[in-house]
Design a protein around this ligand. Sequence first.
Ligand SMILES: C[S@@+](CC[C@H](N)C(=O)[O-])C[C@H]1O[C@@H](n2cnc3c(N)ncnc32)[C@H](O)[C@@H]1O
Length: 211
Amino acid sequence: MMKLKELEAWLQDVMGFETPKVKLEQYETPAHIAARMIHTMESSFGDVKGKIVADLGCGCGMLMTGTALMGASASFGFEIDQDALEICQGNLEEMELRSVELLQMDIKDLTSTYSRFFKFFDTVVLNPPFGTKRNQGADMEFLKVALDLSKTAVYSLHKSATRTHVTKKAADWGVKMQVIAQLRYNLPSTYQFHKKNSVDIEVDFIRFSLS
Ligand SMILES: C[S@@+](CC[C@H](N)C(=O)[O-])C[C@H]1O[C@@H](n2cnc3c(N)ncnc32)[C@H](O)[C@@H]1O
């Protein structure tokens, strides 16, 4: 298994968004957080190596790249934005990662149980849009799709302030959830309507278990 420090060093080379789009809530997961997420997914739960993994809203590929480096047999990145996918493709080429496929899609088009990806993946990982004032509920919309696509486990980031709501939804949907870590996440101010350049928010790293 790749060591945490080595994984983090690789992920530090992932190029981020050139001109982030506010309405799509484009900010990349910081490399040190992404590395800890992927490392924990494998070291504590065995959910990456040899597994088929999806990243919903893969952006420039920070999480998906991490799963490929950690030995996923195949990693699929779903993303709506062509510009992000081009950067993502460049990152994959730079790292010579071939077990990866990118799909340009709106995740809303994956919701149906008739989707060809329904229960196709062992593991789904995502850093969803948190759902700004203009985009409320986007985080839960992403989460529901992730649960539909996964056979075993979903790993997601949610604002800690929404934990009660997420817990209730998980119970409604009949899935077990475990808050693995509470992280401090630096969010560019544009996404939060704050006057400061950036704001630290508390974020839960959660594992949802389907089996
Ligand atoms: C918070 S960013 C996370 C990016 C990347 N996964 C990471 O961790 O660095 C959310 C991503 O979701 C994408 N996105 C937003 N709405 C989407 C939708 N409806 N369908 C697919 N992707 C979407 C955005 O373009 C953005 O790349």
